[in-house]
Design a protein around this ligand. Structure first.
Ligand code: HEM
Length: 397
């Protein structure tokens, strides 16, 4: 692929801030996206095992609905968190993303509908399980398969965006233009690695779950022990599988001895030791977050190098500084985002730790965070509209 073609596909308006910032934000937000992808697939997958056991097993009677609920919430979070890396990739790698959307247009449509059907069926599974319907496992299985299929499509978009040398062949195979939008490509090892990570993620989640519930008197100790042991088993087996697949993937792309790849492997070994000991799973989770960021960095490194070899350097993207936009974005992200998320997380933590009904209005911290979130949102809406209307009138008057 000629570099001039790639450069011609860039946005002539340039980017509103330094490309490296978008690159860092991409790495950060994709790690968040995949964390919830893995948690949702892992907990939904494991809940199917519990659901197939029915209500005969005392431990699974408690665990299955909790796993279903975890996965259900995680899907909505993964969708919201998927938007962020999508926006950042569109800013600095817009050509890759848009060419993929053209070549794979039909799959893009199918992705949206698959997600809607898969998630709706998840709710069906949730209610069927609640009502102890015998069909619930089958409904859950179909939902699981559709959500996995959505992940395969997402992976297909990534793979095609990494094949600029093939784009012309895909667009006009044998010189005949093909506008069907059915282009599809899979890198089996990379995909298997990504999906396999859902096993250790749900394992470490279960360790956290048991540690979190261990302070509650209304959960029996035998149940806490059971979920902790199950978590440890899943974490160890899953980490071993993922580690082998990661090494195979790195060997294939020739990055096995790259420092980031070596640090990632060291991180996985550390996770193995920490999950096996299970002294404090909250620390294990911190390392898991670091490993997720490293995997996200490896993905970006592969893409960055590939594009550099073709003569496309994101750092050379023309910058058209737009300070007000960046200030608005950062203020929204850091102030409103952090306070709002802190409010929701603090409340969720306290609700979970509390036996019986938790009244947030009687809790000083929750009330303070709730009020701050409300005031910040009111200020945000006022600034947003005043600013927008101001710019609109200054442009047209
Ligand atoms: C159940 C639904 C989903 C699953 C299972 C899923 C899974 C995945 C996986 C496995 C990857 C990594 C692919 C690879 O590197 O080979 C990925 C990447 C990505 N996903 Fe998702 N995803 C889902 C939904 C979404 C949604 C709804 C969005 C956007 C709103 C989204 C945005 C992204 C983005 C932007 C990337 C990175 C693309 C790139 O830059 O190459 N995903 N997803």
């Amino acid at each position: 692929m000629d570099a001039s073609v790639l450069l011609a596909l860039r946005d002539p308006a340039g980017v509103p801030f330094y490309p490296v910032v978008f690159q860092i934000l991409y790495i950060l937000t994709w790690a968040l996206h995949i964390a919830f992808v893995l948690l949702s697939l892992g907990s939904l997958g494991l809940s199917l095992y519990g659901s197939s056991k029915g209500s005969s097993d005392r431990n699974w009677r408690i665990l299955t609905p909790h796993l279903i609920q975890t996965g259900k919430i995680s899907v909505s979070i993964l969708i919201v968190l998927g938007v962020a890396p999508l926006l950042f990739t569109q800013v600095i790698y817009d050509l890759n993303w848009y060419v993929t959307n053209t070549l794979s247009g039909m799959w893009i449509f199918i992705f949206i509908y698959a997600l809607i059907v898969g998630y709706s069926m998840y709710y069906w599974y949730y209610y069927a399980n609640k009502a102890q319907k015998s069909s619930s496992t089958l409904i859950g299985l179909i939902s699981f398969a559709i959500l996995i299929f959505s992940g395969i499509l997402m992976h297909n978009f990534t793979v095609i965006s990494l094949m600029p040398n093939e784009w012309m062949n895909m667009y006009a195979p044998g010189g005949v233009v093909d506008t069907s939008g059915w282009v599809f490509s899979v890198d089996a090892i990379r995909l298997a690695f990504m999906v396999s990570l859902s096993i250790p993620v749900v394992g470490i989640f279960l360790q956290n779950y048991s540690q979190f519930l261990s302070t509650r008197k209304d959960f029996e100790n035998s149940f806490i022990q059971y979920s902790a042991n199950l978590g440890t088993k899943l974490a160890i087996i899953g980490l071993l599988i993922s580690a082998v697949l990661f090494v195979l993937w790195m060997l294939k792309v020739g990055y096995l001895f790259h420092p980031i790849s070596l640090v990632t492997i060291a991180g996985v070994v550390m996770l193995l030791v920490m999950s096996k000991m299970n002294n404090n799973s909250y620390y294990t989770t911190l390392i898991l977050v670091v490993v997720a960021l490293l995997i996200s960095s490896v993905r970006e490194l592969i893409r960055f190098d590939l594009m550099m070899d073709l003569g496309y350097n994101i750092y050379d993207y023309p910058v058209n500084l737009e300070i007000p936009t960046i200030v608005m974005f950062l203020a929204t992200f850091l102030i409103m985002g952090f306070v709002g998320v802190a409010y929701l997380l603090t409340m969720a933590w306290k609700v979970g730790k509390n036996e019986g009904v938790f009244d947030g209005s009687k809790d000083a911290l929750v009330s303070k965070l709730g009020q701050s979130t409300l005031y910040i949102m009111i200020a945000w809406i006022a600034i947003y509209f005043a600013w927008g209307i101001g710019i609109l009138f200054s442009n047209i008057l």
